[in-house]
Design a protein around this ligand. Structure first.
Ligand SMILES: C[S@@+](CC[C@H](N)C(=O)[O-])C[C@H]1O[C@@H](n2cnc3c(N)ncnc32)[C@H](O)[C@@H]1O
Length: 302
């Protein structure tokens, strides 16, 4: 029987993409970003997605979804060096704190049966992680934690992330992920060449190119670094570049979505700017990794 899930901080729908073809049915999705929701609704038109600032979410609002599974992808800036690592004191952690407060006040019969959370690796050492695990174990959940990178699944993209899976029922022990051989990067790239808007100006490559990770699409060992929401805005430390005929180019947002294992056919609204697409896809998650993580819940993934 299908289980009802609530997708909190849904963004462009990474969790919905991972849940496709499983016994999970998305009963509700929430995000505060109109642009993210525009992409979400375009790709998951049957899902009930609401725009809401989760800092103010009420117990009644969360309860009304009657979800047995809560998925959370809260903002990661409080746990990154770049985001100043202010952890529980960061205003961007307020929405997650609010959700923990609501969970804490819920009666036994209101709690979801399963919960899972994804975040950057720094979350594993945070005060907010300690609060989450204490709350869940205190409310009778079994908790498992791990870090997984898509490269361990053979995807040529680095994106190591922390995952917490929790259930008031049984959890499968994490399956040992044996390093799979990397799939060729070329298989994820657009076959019909890159548009001019992806190409880096020659003087930019001349000035900064030594600091870039520029990949040869034909190199069977090539893998990208993590694409961040700043790709397209920041030149350094935001993702990798590609050699192309006569120069160097950025990855298209659609290529990054493919590396994240969004399904073929996933798309952005026609009039959305490249920068906005990069921002949204850089905030999203590895669908392949989440699909693997869902195996912890017996019976959810066939
Ligand atoms: C790390 S991203 C998660 C992205 C998502 N998993 C995906 O597949 O695109 C965090 C998301 O939280 C949303 N967000 C941040 N603060 C929020 C708040 N206070 N209320 C609701 N959503 C919020 C952002 O708009 C962003 O989409």
């Amino acid at each position: 029987m299908a289980i009802r899930a609530l997708e909190l901080f849904c963004g462009i729908g990474g969790f919905s993409a991972a849940a496709a073809g499983t016994n999970i049915r998305i009963a509700g999705a929430v995000d505060q970003s109109p642009a993210a929701l525009e992409v979400y609704r375009l790709n998951f038109p049957g899902h009930d997605a609401w725009q809401l600032n989760l800092e103010n979410v009420t117990r009644e609002e969360l309860r009304s979804v009657e979800a047995d599974f809560w998925w959370l992808s809260p903002p990661c800036q409080p746990y990154t060096v770049r985001g100043a690592g202010r952890d529980a004191e960061d205003p961007r952690a307020l929405s997650f704190r609010r959700i923990l407060d609501v969970l804490d006040r819920m009666g036994e019969d209101e709690l979801p049966r399963h919960l899972a959370l994804e975040n950057v690796e720094g979350f594993a050492r945070s005060e907010m992680r300690a609060r989450l695990v204490k709350l869940l174990t205190g409310r009778g959940f079994h908790v498992q934690e791990c870090t997984l990178c898509p490269t361990e699944l053979g995807v040529p993209m680095r994106r190591p992330r922390y995952y917490c899976t929790a259930s008031r029922g049984r959890l499968e022990p994490p399956t040992l992920v044996v390093d799979a051989p990397l799939r060729p990067l070329g298989a994820y790239l657009d076959g019909n060449g890159a548009g001019e808007d992806l190409r880096l100006a020659g003087d930019v490559v001349a000035r900064f190119g030594k600091g870039f990770r520029i990949l040869d699409p034909k190199d069977p060992q090539a893998y990208t670094t993590c694409f961040t929401s700043g790709y397209g805005r920041a030149l350094m430390h935001a993702g990798s570049y590609l050699q192309c005929a006569g120069g160097v180019r950025r990855f298209a947002p659609e290529e990054i979505a493919r590396l994240l294992h969004f399904p073929e056919g996933f798309r952005f609204p026609d009039r959305m700017t490249l920068r906005k697409k990069w921002h949204l896809v850089g905030n999203s998650l590895s669908v392949a990794s989440v699909r693997k993580i869902l195996e912890a819940f017996p019976g959810l993934v066939a």
